[in-house]
Ligand binder design. Structure first.
Ligand code: FES
Length: 159
């Protein structure tokens, strides 16, 4: 673990990224209809407006491949990160706007196709690229956050 942290710290420094050194942790919390395990970034942030995800970390390795979706928790924010392409990632709230169920596939949501995710509670559908509602009962879009890909690092601006 120490070796892993040192590698990450080096990686962030070498990239010149003034962001949060992401160290995966986990906890349990109640979201929507079920208790779920959270992947929580921890560690001393140097810029509280950025989350940096190292896709070589086993907890986030699904994001190394196009089409991968991983839930990420930062404080009160519950996000899902979607790897759209080799050079693009999308960061969205994963809290369904209908009754707050978790939309990530790991916790009950279903990826219908390349652009759509369906809530496991009442089948609302959202566009993964924009967060737009495609089918109710939800009637509000998901909040989205700017995300950039720089090699193995996905950076999300949560300001
Ligand atoms: S909570 Fe998602 S559709 Fe009801």
């Amino acid at each position: 673990m120490e070796e892993k942290q040192n590698r990450r710290q080096f990686l962030f420094k070498s990239l010149g990224v003034a962001g949060t050194a992401l160290i995966a942790g986990s906890s349990l919390s109640m979201i929507g209809c079920e208790e779920v395990e959270q992947k929580t970034p921890t560690g001393p942030p140097t810029n509280t407006n950025m989350i940096n995800i190292d896709v070589t970390d086993p907890d986030f390795s699904e994001l190394a491949a196009v089409g991968g979706i991983v839930p990420v928790t930062e404080g009160a924010l519950r996000l899902m990160i979607f790897r759209k392409s080799e050079t693009e990632a999308i960061a969205l709230s994963r809290v369904c706007t209908h009754s707050q169920c978790d939309l990530s596939p790991q916790f009950g949501g279903t990826k219908i196709d390349d652009d759509t995710i369906e809530c496991g509670c009442h089948a609302s559908r959202f566009n993964l690229l924009s967060g737009a509602v495609e089918r109710g009962p939800a009637n509000a879009d998901l909040v989205t956050y700017p995300a950039t890909v720089n090699g193995d690092i996905i950076s999300i601006d949560i300001s």
